[in-house]
Structure formats: structure tokens, C-alpha cells
Design a protein around this ligand. Structure first.
Ligand code: NAP
Length: 282
């Protein structure tokens, strides 16, 4: 079998878990995978892509700060990338480069696994960056009724809410300050680094019935998810689960092979993964 040459571009990359995740994927699937990290700043993006393509790479995962800039190089993309203008996975092909957003797919995967439906529900999202866009796409695309966006920079949040409101006119969007106590809701998603490598507090309302999803993650549990667990919340989604699902969706995209039992695949990967805390706990 031909070696799959893939990796990650962005800056900085030193704490990336992706090499370990893809090593486990290689053990689980039998694919021969060479996964390496290429620290790339935006000004060097065109050059890096050209170099990797000519070295026979299949594709790359893309992280901060390149998720938006990469869309300018794509010749094909899925609807999420086209609408939110952010991609995190690309594949080189004979026509150019195709891009997808596996964060949005991973959110769908985790909520589906936990059997938590979004239709008609109210949601609160903290953040207005790339991860928040993925969360909004997932929530609005699954017909959430109302979404409140909490962010430090409320101007940025308002612009994002307006953008999504135009895409999903039936969903009600509200904007709040980051520190403001959230309203009661069915779904709470943290899409900021708070609890991981940034200080702060996710000011949610905790109860048994709501779903709590933290895109930030630690080796252990984040403070946000600990509070949810202490409130006996039944649906808790750890950022590590999203991380593994989005990587699995990238592998599918590069190999054109469907991972039929993706839930089992994710669970087995999580069992084998060792995560060192790279940031602070709240
Ligand atoms: P980003 O585009 O840089 O956006 C960061 C967002 O977090 C902004 O809205 C920013 O607010 C907010 N923020 C940053 N520091 C903060 C602080 N100290 N207090 C309050 N808000 C703060 O980053 P991103 O791509 O959206 O990623 C956000 C987080 O999600 C990161 O921790 C990333 O690791 C995580 N993530 C995880 C996965 C996964 O697979 N688990 C996938 C994607 C992202 P302002 O706009 O006010 O500056």
C-alpha cells in the first residue's frame, strides 16, 4: 500500500496532538501514514502548499492562523467552507485543491453519538472565531431555534450573527458580552480557549437536561465540563472527542474510504491517546 503523506500546517504547532492521533489511526486501519508538522505563517502559505504538492503529499490539516487564508487557494469546497469561509482540511488533486471543514462534521458526529437533537432548541455559544463559526454552522444547519453568542469583542460577534442570520433567516441570533451570565438554554458550547490556555470563566447555567460541549480540552476535564458533570448533566461533550472525530473525517476525505463504525473508531483512539496539559485549568 502506498504511503499516505499528510500533516498539519499553521503556527505555532508544537503542542499538536495530530501526529499521535494519526499514528493510532495507522495502527487501527493498517494505512501507512507519514504525518508531519510544518509550521507555516500566512505569508509563506503559497510556497508551502507548492512544496508539499510537489513532494507528493495527499493533503494537509490546517490550523490557526490559516483556516481562513487557505480558502483563497481552494478550487473546490463543501458548503460549510463556502459559507463560513474557513477550512481545516485540504486535499491536493489534479484540478487543484479541495477543502472541507471537519470541525462542523465532528460536532454533528458527537451530538449524534450522544443522541442529542438540535432542532428547535435554544443554544449559547462563547466565542466568535473559527471554532464558533463551525458551532454556528452546526447549530443553525440543524435548525436550532435561537442562538446567543457571547464574546469579548461584541462588534465581531454582531458581524458573525448578521452573517449567519442572512444564511439562516429562521434562526434568532442574539449577542451578549463574554462575561454576562447566560440565559437558560438547551445547548451550551464553549468555542474559546478559556479553560485550556486562556484564563476566564464560562458563565453558563448548569442542569441535568442540557448539553454541554467544550471545544477547549485538557488531558483531564476542563472547569466548564467539571461544573456540568457536578450538575449531573447527561450530555457532556469533551473537546478531545471533537478532535478525534475531526481527524477521522480528514482521514476519510484523503483516503476516500468510509469509516463505517466511526463511534467505535473514536472510542478506541481516545483510549490510546495520551494528552499532556498545555495550558491552565480554570
Ligand atoms: P480563534 O479563531 O482565534 O478565536 C478565538 C475566540 O476565543 C475569539 O472569539 C476570542 O474572543 C475568544 N477568546 C480568546 N481568548 C479569550 C479569553 N481569554 N477570554 C474570552 N474569550 C477569549 O480560535 P478558534 O479556532 O475559534 O479556536 C477556539 C478554541 O477552540 C481553541 O482553544 C481551539 O484549540 C479550540 N478548538 C478545538 C477543536 C477541537 O477539535 N476540539 C477544534 C477547533 C478549535 P475575541 O474575538 O473577543 O478576541
Amino acid at each position: 500500500m502506498k504511503m499516505l503523506k499528510i500533516g498539519l500546517i499553521g503556527y505555532p504547532l508544537k503542542n499538536s496532538l495530530s501526529p499521535e492521533i494519526f499514528k493510532i489511526f495507522s495502527e487501527l486501519t493498517g494505512f501507512k501514514i507519514s504525518y508531519s508538522l510544518h509550521e507555516t505563517r500566512e505569508k509563506d502559505l503559497a510556497h508551502t502548499l507548492k512544496r508539499l504538492r510537489s513532494a507528493g503529499w495527499t493533503g494537509v490539516n490546517v490550523t490557526l492562523p490559516l483556516k481562513e487564508a487557505i480558502t483563497g487557494f481552494l478550487t473546490a469546497s463543501d458548503q460549510a467552507v463556502f459559507s463560513v469561509k474557513a477550512a481545516n482540511t485540504l486535499k491536493f488533486d489534479k484540478n487543484g485543491m479541495a477543502g472541507i471543514n471537519t470541525d462542523t462534521r465532528a460536532l454533528s458526529d458527537t451530538f449524534r453519538e450522544k443522541k442529542f437533537t438540535v432542532k428547535g432548541k435554544t443554544a449559547v455559544v462563547w466565542g466568535a472565531g473559527g471554532a464558533a463559526k463551525a458551532a454556528l454552522w452546526f447549530l443553525a444547519g440543524n435548525k436550532a431555534g435561537e442562538i446567543s453568542l457571547h464574546n469579548r469583542d461584541t462588534k465581531k460577534a454582531r458581524a458573525l450573527a448578521a452573517e449567519f442570520s442572512a444564511l439562516f433567516p429562521k434562526v434568532v441570533f442574539k449577542v451578549r458580552r463574554f462575561t454576562e451570565k447566560s440565559e437558560k438554554a438547551d445547548i451550551f458550547i464553549n468555542a474559546t480557549p478559556v479553560g485550556m490556555y486562556a484564563y476566564g470563566r464560562i458563565n453558563a447555567i448548569f442542569n441535568r437536561k442540557a448539553a454541554y460541549c467544550d471545544l477547549a480540552y485538557l488531558g483531564d476535564e476542563t472547569g466548564f465540563l467539571r461544573s456540568a458533570r457536578m450538575a449531573c448533566a447527561k450530555t457532556i461533550i469533551d473537546g478531545k472527542e471533537i478532535l478525534v472525530y475531526q481527524a477521522a473525517r480528514s482521514l476519510e476525505f484523503w483516503t476516500n474510504k468510509h469509516i463505517a463504525e466511526i463511534v467505535k473508531f473514536k472510542r478506541e483512539t481516545m483510549k490510546r491517546l495520551t494528552i499532556q496539559d498545555s495550558g491552565s485549568k480554570i
